[in-house]
Write a protein that binds this ligand. Structure first.
Ligand code: 4AD
Ligand code: MG
Length: 476
């Protein structure tokens, strides 16, 4: 018989029909009731086993074992479910020794422990909910852009340019480590490398997306990006996914509107399509909060927070206003900030979170950052000091989006590149867009994992990507 997904049985109120179901045993009570899960939804399907079933078969129905069941969907006698399956026959697909099964060894495994067994953590309610949500968000993002006529552009993963100019790149090379070919000056001779030059994993698809936008008008990328920054924080990954729209003729204000619309769209989408998973994560968070001291508890539960963000306009302030708010804050006056506050600093996570969580209590879009702390491609403002940058700061996360209006004026752009020691000859292809039919344009990057953190209410970025890559960690 063809397999039926558990979700379809549970969603369907009807009964008195035969099915085949397959899945993993979540629990087995009284040698009679199996809670079966196949990942199609949060809920387990109850399987009722005949009392006279063979002893040796019963012994093999352990937590974690995979089974196939043929049986009849019937109205449930018990509480907690409308329907259940009365088993006619059970086949063990894969045994699972409970003495050795890592998820069985701990009573309530912590998130830290589950990171050590990340290959199995999909089997827990929390992680299956997170990864169903992650999928849904990826789909919603593509839908958002598709419905607006954007073209999904696949930008390269291997590149020779450092888009962000931060120099935090992983090298891609086939040269021998031990004894690489040398040039006359004794440096590594990349002319002999695979691509005939020095190449890296991309830190952003933006520069290439800009080239696409200069013909297709509206494009976006959604791909993996890599940063070799040594930040072992709950918000940084060495390999993460980024969504980068780039739009011709947009200015910084259109850019802010697009980013706010995107965030609200995906929140709304997940509330409409992933209610069961969100309810579970909401409850999980409420339980976690109970363990914290009163003054550290968050003011809103997860779903309440998402609804709030959805129905309120994001605050929009300039960097200068942000600095002034921080300087006026009780936290600053009581010297609670670890890092100093003055005009020109790069806002630290503690500053961002103060603005969002304590001051405005909602997402904030900060614009007009000092040019010296931002990338070369951002459009210079008339004051000569700031650029048309925008960061969106989200409660519990800090920076979730970083973007800008781009410098489309060739002279200003090359001048800035010279100041920042970025070789203009190697970047001729980027500068050509400013030589041949340049137009104002703008875009941003949304960190996908930071978005998933925000929507699931998880607090560590390692828990929202299936296999996290962080300094000293590339297991599985
Ligand atoms: O602010 P960033 O560095 O901006 C760019 O890369 C631009 N090229 C984007 C653009 O304008 N097209 O990164 C964008 C976002 C950040 O706001 C953050 O959400 C996420 O990417 N991000 C990271 N997420 C996880 N781990 C890291 N190490 C991240 N670095 C940035
Ligand atoms: Mg940034």
């Amino acid at each position: 018989m063809k397999r039926t997904k558990i979700k379809d049985i549970l969603l369907n109120d009807s009964f008195d029909y035969k099915v085949n179901v397959k899945g993993w045993v979540r629990s087995f009570r009284n040698n009679q009731f199996v809670a079966l899960n196949d990942g199609s939804c949060m809920g387990n399907l109850q399987i009722v086993i005949e009392l006279n079933t063979d002893e040796t078969l019963l012994k093999r129905i352990t937590n974690g074992a995979s089974i196939s069941v043929d049986g009849m969907v019937v109205q449930s006698q018990g509480k907690g479910q409308k329907v259940e399956v009365k088993a006619d026959s059970i086949e063990i697909l894969g045994d699972c020794d409970p003495e050795k099964f890592p998820l069985q060894l701990k009573n309530k495994p912590s998130l830290e422990y589950l990171r050590e067994v990340a290959h199995l953590r999909f089997r827990t309610n929390t992680f299956s909910a997170i990864f169903r949500l992650r999928h849904s968000l990826a789909y919603a993002i593509h839908k958002f852009f598709n419905d607006r006529g954007f073209v999904y552009l696949h930008t390269p993963i291997i590149t020779a340019s450092d888009a962000e100019g931060a120099g935090e790149m992983f090298r891609v090379s086939t040269l021998p480590f031990e004894n690489p070919p040398r040039d006359e000056d004794g440096g590594v001779n990349y002319k002999e490398d695979f691509f005939g030059r020095c190449t890296n994993l991309t830190v952003s698809g933006q520069l290439e997306a800009e080239l696409g936008a200069m013909a297709l008008s509206e494009v976006y990328t959604f791909g993996p990006t890599f940063r070799a920054e040594n930040s072992n924080t709950p918000r940084h990954l060495a390999e993460f996914w980024m969504i980068e729209p780039e739009v011709a003729f947009n200015d910084i204000y259109d850019n802010m509107d697009l980013a706010e619309d995107l965030l609200k769209y995906v929140i709304e989408y997940s509330l409409a399509h992933n209610k069961e998973d969100l309810d579970f994560l909401n409850q999980r968070l409420i339980e976690e909060e109970k363990l914290k001291p009163m003054n550290e508890r968050s003011e809103m539960a997860l779903i309440e927070k998402l609804e709030f963000v959805l129905h309120n306009k994001f605050e929009r302030i300039t960097y200068t206003e942000a600095i002034n708010i921080l300087l006026e804050s009780p936290a600053y006056k009581k010297k609670k900030f670890q890092y100093d506050v003055k005009w020109g600093i790069d806002l630290q996570s503690e500053h961002e979170r103060y603005l969002v969580e304590k001051h405005f209590k909602k997402p904030v879009i900060v614009t007009g950052y000092p040019k010296d702390i931002k990338a070369f491609y951002m459009r210079q403002n008339d004051d000569g000091k700031t650029v048309a940058a925008m960061d969106i700061l989200a409660p519990g996360i800090g920076e979730i989006v970083g973007g800008s209006q781009r410098e489309e004026r060739l002279d200003k752009l090359t001048e800035r590149m010279h100041e920042m020691h970025i070789p203009t000859d190697e970047m001729y292809w980027y500068l050509d867009t400013r030589r041949f039919g340049a137009v104002p344009h703008a875009g941003f990057g949304l960190g996908f994992e930071r978005l998933v953190l925000f929507i699931t209410g998880m607090t560590n970025i390692r828990d929202v990507i299936p296999f996290p890559r962080t300094p000293k960690n590339a297991d599985f």
